[in-house]
Design a protein around this ligand. Structure first.
Ligand SMILES: *[C@@H]1O[C@H](CO)[C@@H](O)[C@H](O)[C@H]1NC(C)=O
Ligand SMILES: *[C@@H]1O[C@H](CO)[C@@H](O)[C@H](O)[C@H]1NC(C)=O
Length: 382
């Protein structure tokens, strides 16, 4: 019986990793490195509170405008830079990069526009910078943009700013979102606490005056990734039920992609994957560069690349595999990733798959060994 279960587990891990890694192999190599892919309109995005409007002693942020929502990210990147200068040059190692780059991809691919097409919000010919409250992606991203920003406010990152910071409410779906740290705590106490803790942790992290790139992830850096990914996952779990109504505005394949992408993020989170500037840019070229339409069926969507098609199939298998087994796949992955060795192997597999597909099978074997060794891991670990 035990042998059978082990065999099944091995099979599942192989299936999972080979699908996910297959999709990253072909074009990965030439797209790795040499990235200069800042989010759209980056130079126009505010990078400090001083660049937002201050009216009647209140600094006003409108998260339903692309430049202003992105402005919260750019401001965060700027105020946290000094804590992460040894993770890479020119702030490219900042652990927050994954968030604005994903948001840029959402903007570029039309995912923030009004999917009900009732308004011209987000349409190139209409109001291109508008972020629609009806977009599932914009709703999910709110929990990964405004909420972290409020966490940083609460952790004291802007305590020298003389004005009150006011986040504008949208015109509809007001109770799906929160606008102050106190609001967000009411909406979801664990979520707010996790983000605030993450930013507090940064504040007690050593400031690095000179660059010193470490070849391996230090335990300090690992701890920062751990807290960031934990907050990321809590936000996604809080957002999913609040945003789900909006899935009806988008096509079935797009809705399936969205939900399975949110599921995959939980797996990626467990590896403490370093979604810094370069890594995120390398990976997100494989995400579909347009919204999926009703007739789209991966792996044979003609105008998407082979890799984009494979990613869609891989995400779908991962999602369904995890659903069908009642979350068992994630549990196996969680146990494998519960040691630093396991996480290093998990990250290595994802990274190497891009540059060196020959290493996939030995990578899976090593993961399996780690899974067996980690039998003592009973605590919930991200
Ligand atoms: C803004 O704050 C300053 C300093 O506290 C105060 O003198 C001024 O009256 C305030 N202005 C408004 C419009 O509330
Ligand atoms: C990102 O890529 C650039 C250009 O290749 C490189 O100089 C920089 O060190 C990389 N940053 C990180 C964090 O790896």
């Amino acid at each position: 019986m035990a042998g059978f279960i082990l065999a099944c587990e091995t099979f599942a891990i192989v299936l999972l990793t080979s699908q996910l890694t297959n999709c990253l192999t072909a074009h990965g190599q030439e797209r790795m490195g040499g990235n200069n892919n800042y989010p759209p309109l980056w130079d126009d995005v505010p990078d400090s509170l001083g660049e937002f409007d201050t009216i009647h002693n209140k600094t006003v942020i409108n998260p339903w405008n692309y430049l202003e929502r992105m402005g919260m990210y750019k401001t965060l990147l700027s105020v946290t830079a000094k804590y992460m200068s040894n993770f890479g040059p020119s702030n490219t190692g900042n652990v927050l990069w994954g968030l604005p780059l994903q948001h840029g991809w959402q903007f570029n691919t039309g995912r923030l526009a009004d999917p009900s097409k009732v308004s011209s919000c987000g349409q190139k010919a209409g109001d291109p910078l508008c972020i629609s409250t009806r977009s599932w992606w914009s709703c999910m991203n709110y929990y990964l943009a405004t909420v972290p920003f409020l966490g940083a406010v609460e952790a004291g990152f802007f305590e020298d700013w003389p004005f009150e910071i006011k986040v504008l409410q949208p015109e509809e779906y007001m109770d799906n979102f929160c606008y102050t740290a106190a609001d967000c705590r009411v909406l979801n106490p664990a979520m707010m606490a996790t983000w605030t803790t993450f930013f507090q942790l940064l504040k007690i992290t050593k400031e690095y005056s000179q660059m010193e790139i470490l070849p391996m992830m230090s335990s300090e850096e690992d701890n920062i990734w751990h807290h960031l990914w934990m907050a990321h996952v809590v936000s996604i779990e809080a957002a999913l039920p609040k945003c789900s109504e909006r899935l009806t505005y988008i096509s079935a394949p797009e809705a399936q992609f969205g939900v399975s992408w949110a599921n995959a993020v939980e797996f990626i989170a467990l590896t403490h994957f370093p979604t810094n500037f370069n890594q995120t840019n390398s990976f997100q070229v494989f995400l579909p560069q347009r919204m999926l339409l009703a007739g789209d069926q991966a792996p044979s969507i003609p105008d998407l690349s082979k890799e984009e098609n494979r990613v869609l199939v891989g995400l779908d298998i991962l999602y369904k595999g995890n659903q069908l087994t009642g979350g068992w796949l994630l549990k196996v992955w969680r146990r494998t990733m519960c040691s630093e060795k396991g996480r290093a192997l998990g990250r290595n597999l994802l990274e190497n798959a891009v540059a060196n597909p020959d290493l996939i099978s030995s990578g899976i074997y090593n993961l399996f060994v780690e899974f067996i060794k980690n039998h003592h891991c009973t605590t919930i670990n991200i």
